[in-house]
Each structure stands twice: as structure tokens, then as C-alpha cells.
Design a protein around this ligand. Structure first.
Ligand SMILES: [Fe+2]
Length: 274
């Protein structure tokens, strides 16, 4: 669901754990996706806009302006879809037309415009319908699991529950799952090959709202100013909605222009956005 901000009090500090799954560790103590340089010949990445690239003819898809993403390894032909919603068959067909096969779905958070369900009385396709086409694991943060189950018709066996910092491999390309609570309890961003796919945690202008069930302004403040502050300036921000003139932006530039990242103290932030 769309954006805006808000905050209440202050709390704990989150950090980005470096790969909690030893078996899939690529042998780096850096943020896994922060400084990678997988070439364009191998790295498959597509930003797809609802109502335009998929969900064509769907007024809700067009109005909500969600971004879904396909991320993959051209060498192995494997890819994952981030936030399947609206035209899930179209998303799968786009991957197939590119010679890629879906091996998983990554869900940033439980809101129906990101993983399907019912929103304002309107049924939105999502991860559950995707499984009828492509039976793949649905990767969510553990803290989001119950919320995703409530919002969709998925069952618990469909979900792969993750801890902060876990890595999902797509072919030989690691995608780090960065837990950024606030918009929802288990909101997560994905860091891969110098890109941050941020869902509704951070937009090019503003951040996700915190007044929906599970929202926590205090947690979002720390996700933005502590957890995501560890991501390098040269990483490119890819948001969950097309709310801005540009579809993506270098994080260093966003840090100078995004009003929710400008306050230098928690008190300033609380005063500005609550
Ligand atoms: Fe949302």
C-alpha cells in the first residue's frame, strides 16, 4: 500500500547481519550485495510497472503503480520475482520470454498490492495464484509470515521464513534479505549486485506509511537511519512504487534529497513526520 510517514518514540537499533546462512556465504564480510559487480551479460534485472508492463487493463494495477522485479542469473537461467501481484501469469511470461525460469518469489511485505489478497474490497492476484503456475518457495521475513498468511490464501508450507541478513541464491548470485521493520513488522529490502530493492520501506521521495496494521513509526525511523544507512552511497535504490519522476536513484543522491532522510536527530525526525 502507498506511502507516507509518521513516527512516535525511539527504540532499538537494527543492524544488517552479514549472511546468516554459512552454506550460501559467498566468502565476503561486506554487505553481500553492496559491492558486487556481476556483469550485465550475467546479471538479469528487470523493473516492471503494474498497469503498464503487467496487469495491463487493470485499473487498480495502474492506479497503485507498483513495481515488481525479476532478478536472475542469465548463466543458469534462474530468476526470482519480487512482489508478484496483479498479472502474475504475465510476470511469469515475461521471465520465460527472456529465457528465464522462476525459482522463487521474494515478498517485501504483506500488503495485497505486493503479494495479493483483498484490498478495499477488491481481489488482487498474488503469490497464491503464482503458485498455480510456478510452484516456487515464497521468501518472507519470519516476522511477516503470519501477516502474509492472513492476507493471502497461502499456507505455511508455501513460505520460506527468513532471519535478517539471510541470503537467497539465484543461480550463483546472492540476494541479501535486509529486515527493515516499520511499514510492517517483517518488511524487507533486497540487496543484490549494487542495487537495493526497497519495497515500501523507502521511496525516492518519502517512505512507507505506518498507520496500517503492524506499522511502527519508531521501528521505521531506525530502519531508515540505522539499517539502511549501512548501504553504500553508490548502490541504486529501486522502490516498490512509481511515485516519483525517476524510477530509480543512486542512494547517495537520495540521501541528499529525500525529506525523510534529511533530519539529523530522532527528535527532528519525529517532529517532521508525526
Ligand atoms: Fe505497503
Amino acid at each position: 500500500m502507498p506511502q507516507r510517514f509518521g513516527v512516535s518514540a525511539l527504540a532499538t537499533t537494527a543492524t544488517i547481519d552479514v549472511v546468516s546462512d554459512e552454506a550460501s556465504t559467498p566468502g565476503s564480510d561486506e554487505l553481500v550485495g553492496g559491492h558486487q559487480d556481476v556483469g550485465a551479460d550475467r546479471f538479469y534485472f528487470r523493473q516492471l510497472l503494474s498497469g503498464l508492463d503487467f496487469g495491463v487493463g487493470d485499473a487498480v494495477a495502474e492506479g497503485m503503480a507498483n513495481f515488481s522485479y525479476l532478478i536472475g542469473d542469465r548463466q543458469s537461467g534462474e530468476c526470482v520475482v519480487v512482489d508478484p501481484a496483479y498479472g502474475v501469469a504475465e510476470l511469469n511470461a515475461i521471465a520465460e520470454a527472456d529465457g528465464m525460469k522462476l525459482t522463487g518469489a521474494l515478498v517485501t511485505h504483506y500488503h495485497p498490492d505486493h503479494c495479493g489478497g483483498e484490498m478495499m474490497g477488491i481481489k488482487i492476484q498474488g503469490a497464491a495464484e503464482l503458485l498455480e503456475i510456478a510452484p516456487v518457495p515464497i521468501h518472507v521475513q519470519a516476522d511477516e509470515g503470519e501477516w502474509v498468511l492472513k492476507a493471502t490464501s497461502l499456507s505455511s508450507s508455501d513460505l520460506a521464513l527468513h532471519a535478517p541478513g539471510d541470503v537467497v541464491m539465484v543461480g550463483e548470485i546472492p540476494i541479501q534479505l535486509v529486515h527493515t521493520p516499520g511499514h510492517t513488522p517483517g518488511s524487507q529490502c533486497f540487496l543484490v549486485n549494487g542495487r537495493l530493492v526497497s519495497g515500501d520501506t523507502l521511496f525516492l521521495d518519502g517512505c512507507g506509511r505506518t498507520d496500517l496494521p503492524g506499522g511502527d513509526p519508531e521501528a521505521l525511523y531506525y530502519s531508515l537511519t540505522q539499517t539502511l544507512a549501512q548501504v553504500p552511497d553508490d548502490v541504486i535504490l529501486f522502490p516498490g512504487h512509481n511515485y516519483s519522476r525517476l524510477p530509480h536513484q543512486r542512494l547517495g543522491d537520495n540521501r541528499r534529497s529525500n525529506r525523510v532522510l534529511l533530519p539529523s536527530t530522532p527528535q527532528q525526525w519525529l517532529m517532521a513526520f508525526t
